[in-house]
Write a protein that binds this ligand. Structure first.
Ligand SMILES: C[S@@+](CC[C@H](N)C(=O)[O-])C[C@H]1O[C@@H](n2cnc3c(N)ncnc32)[C@H](O)[C@@H]1O
Length: 280
């Protein structure tokens, strides 16, 4: 691949998804885009770049952008954030929202659905405490292809073996051939929508808890800062933001600060979220 082609495709991906692709990762371009070339009956990487340069077919641009996303995810990823959600954040929200009895949660780069389904199962396990409550989980991703997989809720043996406790597998999944399908009662707790984090989320409404995990790592500092300030705008003063284990707001955004004693959970710097007190 020549330097011009590399710069052309890197720029295109940056503009469409925020993905920063460096020269050392150039090999990823060819391995991930060759299947797109085949799908479009193009004879390899160079004709694909030529097609991208000459015709601005939106479907081809979408295929190329989606092919470059990394969709790695698993149930109860890193455990601790979900323990904190169940043990600390949820009890605080139940107290804070007792009058309205409504909580909205956003899984902001949900990939194949393991993150929102994890949240839905945690909530289902607390059903007794949530009777009469309206709990919404909105799950979004840039890639419509991965959203379709999420909506389908069908996972391989390997996927259900990564992080999902066996008793939850038995309770909320049924076996279909070699795969496992999530139950309808869990699936219908989530509404899936395509959404690009480079855009304003205002139309999605406000969210008491936002999971934006393992996606900022693909962006540069400027994009990370912009995404975080847009998220800050759709959170109430006592909302909570979760980032991935390798992600932080430090040095990137002044909108958020870490919740004291709760690594991985952030609150609005000018807000009033407080997880100090014991509740529940
Ligand atoms: C590594 S997965 C993270 C999945 C899940 N949050 C987790 O932690 O397991 C990253 C996801 O971010 C999505 N993504 C990448 N760029 C995006 C953007 N600009 N807007 C929305 N989603 C994006 C990808 O499609 C991918 O599904």
């Amino acid at each position: 691949m020549n330097v011009n082609d590399f710069e052309f495709i890197a720029q295109l991906l940056y503009q469409r998804s925020g993905l920063v692709i460096t020269q050392e990762k150039a090999y990823l371009l060819e391995s991930r885009l060759n299947p797109v070339a085949r799908k479009w009956s193009l004879d390899g990487f160079d004709p694909l770049i030529a097609a991208l340069r000459s015709n601005k077919d939106e479907r081809l641009l979408v295929d190329v952008t989606e092919a470059m996303t990394t969709n790695e995810s698993f149930f109860f990823r890193d455990n601790r954030p979900f323990d904190q959600f169940r043990e600390i954040v949820l009890p605080h929200l139940l107290e804070a929202r007792a009058a309205r009895k409504q909580i909205r949660i956003w899984s902001a780069a949900c990939s194949s659905g393991q993150e929102p389904y994890t949240l839905a199962m945690i909530l289902k396990e607390q059903a007794a405490k949530l009777s009469g409550w309206k709990i919404e989980i909105v799950a979004t991703d840039l890639s419509t292809e991965i959203l379709n997989k999420a909506k389908e809720g069908l996972y391989s043996q390997f996927e259900v073996q990564r992080g999902l406790p066996i008793q939850l597998l038995m309770k909320y999944f049924t076996q279909e051939g070699e795969k496992w399908r999530i139950s309808e009662e869990i699936r219908k707790m989530i509404s899936y929508r395509p959404f690009n984090l480079l855009e304003s989320p205002a139309a999605l409404g406000t969210f008491d808890v936002v999971f934006c995990r393992n996606v900022l790592i693909y962006f540069d500092q400027t994009t990370k800062g912009q995404v975080l300030s847009r998220i800050a705008q759709i959170m109430p003063a006592d909302g909570y933001l979760y980032l991935g284990g390798a992600e932080t707001v430090l040095g990137i955004s002044e909108s958020f600060e870490v919740v004291p004693g709760q690594r991985g959970i952030y609150r609005l710097t000018n807000g009033n979220a407080n997880l100090d007190r014991k509740v529940g």
